[in-house]
Design a protein around this ligand. Structure first.
Ligand SMILES: Cc1ncc(COP(=O)(O)O)c(C=O)c1O
Length: 412
């Protein structure tokens, strides 16, 4: 057996791994003697190898990787799919670059949008718009962090009517290919499946896909710019395994039934995101659950969000339900008031100041909770005490620097 611990932990399902081309290649190599005079420098034989005569090459695949990518594309309903070992971030950059080579300059972003999209727009010189007027492509996140799924049929019709490209960031929707009504690949021109987030793939495993032949060649050129030239074989093998992993209908049913009967729990169209409405004590409840060994994906100060996948064990889900009920008793629901903050654009230079002293100043760079890594305070937004408190309480944040926030200088 190759790569002992990795195989036992991550490639558990025998029937699935038997269908996996990259996994099978990795296992087959164990048979002969192998002295490593090549990278990686750890010199261990087994799972973590490099491009060798028999291991194929992600940059220009002709063997097991080409076959895996073909089979992944077939499952996802794509003209062509590209395995990524650099996360959905490289998929987002690649699909935006491909769209750019097809003539896209202005992009209508439907919020919420992940930081990687804003970064890609900045790097590629694309103009992000908050309205569809004048845009030549539309980008949405589906599902979002709470499991809401965009009406992709409607967006497809709009894009067809107006000759726009439709791009979907499905970083959280890799498992939705089981249900083609909800799945990005049934509608989008380019889409990203962040398979590591909701399927049993190693962290950073993702796929980016194109719908037509013309788009496929634009995407082929684009992925070259944003993928590492040293892709991890364990990650590649895990992406193929994850896409071929079976649906878990028993668990789906159990989760839906639980959300239906529990007043303070809800799921949206995507069953893998279980949202517990805790209210004002959400961070305390999150800490309480951590003490009992339950770790959530994120807490937004009102809702604690738990992410499941087809690989979640039923008994672990039942433990979550039991402890959530205790948490609900301990923390009765108290609503959180949130006031939308107006955008105030400024032209002055920026400066870093203590977050605690930033109330009423105007933010000069997006920042927020991590995850979800979408802006809680946008560039140009007046900073409120409520949002300062949220950033102070969160386990992880982005866009801040050692407790400081970037704001526009005040005109003296
Ligand atoms: C909606 C969305 N898009 C893209 C990304 C980037 O994905 P990755 O972390 O796999 O690079 C994330 C990560 O959280 C995300 O939530």
């Amino acid at each position: 057996m190759c790569g002992g611990v990795i195989v036992r932990r991550f490639f558990k399902d025998k029937r699935t791994r038997e269908k996996c081309r990259i996994f099978q290649m990795l296992c087959a190599q164990k048979k002969g003697k192998h002295l490593s005079f090549h990278t990686p420098g750890h010199k261990q034989k087994g799972f973590d190898i490099t491009e060798l005569s028999y291991s194929d090459n992600l940059a220009c695949p002709r063997g097991c990787i080409a076959q895996a990518e073909r089979e992944i594309a077939e499952i996802l309903g794509a003209k062509k799919s590209f395995i990524l070992t650099d996360g959905s971030t490289s998929g987002v950059f690649s699909m935006l670059q491909a769209a750019k080579t097809l003539g896209v300059k202005k992009l209508f972003l439907i919020e919420p949008v992940h930081e990687s999209v804003y970064n890609a727009c900045a790097v590629l010189g694309l103009n992000p718009l908050s309205t569809e007027n004048g845009a030549d492509a539309v980008l949405c996140t589906s599902p979002d962090y709470y499991g809401n799924i965009v009406n992709l049929g409607e967006l497809r019709a709009l894009c067809d009517r107006e000759g726009k490209l439709l791009l979907v960031d499905g970083a959280h929707g890799g498992h939705l290919h089981f249900d083609k009504n909800l799945y990005a690949g049934a509608y989008a021109d380019f889409w990203v499946d962040g398979v590591h987030k909701s399927l049993p793939a190693l962290t950073q495993g993702a796929v980016v896909s194109a719908r037509t032949e013309k788009q496929d060649s634009a995407l082929f050129e684009a992925v070259k710019l944003f993928r590492t030239t040293s892709p991890s074989y364990p990650i590649m093998a895990s992406v193929e395994y994850a896409v071929k992993y079976p649906r878990n209908e028993n668990l789906e049913k159990l989760v839906k039934e639980y959300a239906f009967t529990q007043e303070r729990v809800c799921i949206q169209a995507d069953w893998t995101k279980l949202c517990a409405r805790v209210g004002k004590s959400a961070f305390e409840a999150e800490k309480y659950l951590e003490k009992k060994g339950i770790y959530a994906e994120f807490c937004d100060g009102e809702v604690v969000c738990f992410y499941l996948s087809p690989a979640t064990r039923e008994r672990e889900f039942k433990t979550l339900c039991r402890l959530l009920e205790k948490a609900f008793k301990k923390y009765p629901y108290e609503p959180v008031q949130r006031n939308p903050a107006p955008l105030v654009f400024k032209e002055t230079a920026g400066e870093w100041i203590e977050l605690t002293k930033s109330e009423n100043r105007v933010c000069a760079a997006n920042c927020g909770l991590f995850p979800p890594c979408t802006p809680l305070i946008k560039k140009g937004e007046k900073i409120t005490k409520e949002k300062i408190d949220l950033l102070k309480q969160a386990n992880n944040v982005y866009g801040l620097n050692e407790g400081k926030i970037y704001v526009y200088r005040e005109n003296k």
